[in-house]
Design a protein around this ligand. Structure first.
Ligand SMILES: Nc1ncnc2c1ncn2[C@@H]1O[C@H](COP(=O)(O)OP(=O)(O)O)[C@@H](O)[C@H]1O
Ligand SMILES: [Mg+2]
Length: 342
């Protein structure tokens, strides 16, 4: 992410790939989503050191019984006072309900994929604001969006993160089979490469569709994306639901800020495709071809070491708080179901 070799990326390219720039034009091709303006106080909270989650109403009712212990945590430590985002919490709650109860969160460009280790179940599936904030606050990708979104742009000197209207994007949660996600590289309006999105795994089923996949994706591109997306050089991610049935997942800039997966940026930049290019689709062909997971470094997080050594006890408290909220929610859903059954 930090190595920027290509000279051609500019700030307007990065803006064109931000979620709210493209969503309204491609709404019918992608997952239902809501875009919420991120209040400045929530942005500051995400950038502040330490994790102290806001108290949600449903948590307070169970937490009030242990006031003494809470006081102990708070003694002489103003910074651990939980913030309150009453209005924002209500807006988020409404959006989550409208999207079916569970969502995938991201900001203008990135999702907190590097922070999924902090979530129970290791997923980005969220049902409430605290889960969302815990993920966002634990993610380097989110910090990058908030502080250095134009790092790789040759004209970044004229822009900073201050010129960005930050947004929280909530997308309806969808169970996606990782084997069916693909990244498509478009240069001068033409597809120059397609890669298996999760290149850290071998998926035997890809062999069966490899021959027809480029044609299917080219068809999807020419019908729905070419000429409609504002850039000539870009990258888009898709999900194959069935033969000739694709879901658009995301747009990314054509350059080092975007992972080139089974290609290299150098070859993507110099590639000439004449329509008969056999090598347009790359996937892992055998178990031995699997590359190490680039997010491996995030798996043994220093935060866990902090928790273990007791240098950041608040984080453990918040970790457990989110779990308590989740269990309370599950119990109340179970009660509702029991009521119906009775
Ligand atoms: N609505 C969703 N529900 C479940 N998983 C999702 C959803 N949207 C994206 N994902 C998963 O998260 C990955 C990253 O999503 P993406 O929006 O491209 O984030 P980023 O731009 O940070 O990579 C996707 O490849 C997909 O596996
Ligand atoms: Mg993306």
């Amino acid at each position: 992410m930090d190595t920027c070799l290509g000279p051609e990326l500019n700030v307007s390219d990065v803006f064109s790939c931000s979620f709210s720039s493209w969503y309204s034009s491609f709404e019918n091709l992608t997952i239902s989503s809501k875009v919420l303006v991120l209040p400045p106080e929530v942005k500051s909270y995400l950038l502040a050191d330490g994790i102290v989650l806001p108290e949600e109403d449903n948590y307070r009712s169970t937490a009030d019984t242990s006031e003494d212990e809470e006081d102990d945590w708070d003694d002489g430590n103003q910074e651990s006072q939980p913030p309150k985002f009453v209005e924002f919490e209500a807006t988020v709650k409404q959006a989550i309900e409208a999207l079916g109860g569970s969502v995938f969160p991201k900001l203008n460009w990135s999702a907190p994929r590097d922070a999924s280790w902090i979530a129970f179940g290791n997923t980005l599936k969220c049902e409430g604001l605290n889960e969302i904030l815990l993920l966002l606050k634990s993610s380097d990708f989110i910090t990058h969006d908030l502080t250095r979104p134009f790092d790789c742009c040759h004209d970044s000197g004229t822009h900073s993160s201050d010129s960005v209207q930050y947004e929280l994007v909530l997308r309806e949660w969808c169970s996606l089979a990782q084997s069916m996600e693909f990244r498509v590289f478009v240069k001068q309006g033409v597809i120059v490469g397609i890669s298996q999105r999760d290149f850290t795994n071998y998926f035997p089923e890809l062999k069966n569709i490899a021959a027809r996949l480029p044609r299917e994706i080219q068809r999807f591109h020419s019908r729905h994306i070419a000429g409609k997306f504002t850039l000539q050089n870009y990258v888009f991610d898709v999900y194959r639901r069935a033969t000739n049935n694709y879901l658009l997942i995301d747009f990314n800039p054509f350059g080092e800020v975007c992972d080139s997966l089974l290609f290299s940026w150098e070859e993507l930049r110099t590639r000439q495709v004449d329509g008969t290019q056999e090598d347009i689709f790359r996937y892992v062909m055998q178990q031995e071809g699997v590359k190490p997971n680039p997010y491996g470094q995030y798996r043994v997080p220093t935060d866990v070491i902090d928790i273990a050594t007791g240098s950041d006890p608040q984080k453990l408290v918040d970790f457990l708080k989110v779990e308590a909220e989740r269990q309370a929610r599950e119990d109340s859903t179970k009660d509702d179901t029991d009521d119906v059954e009775r």
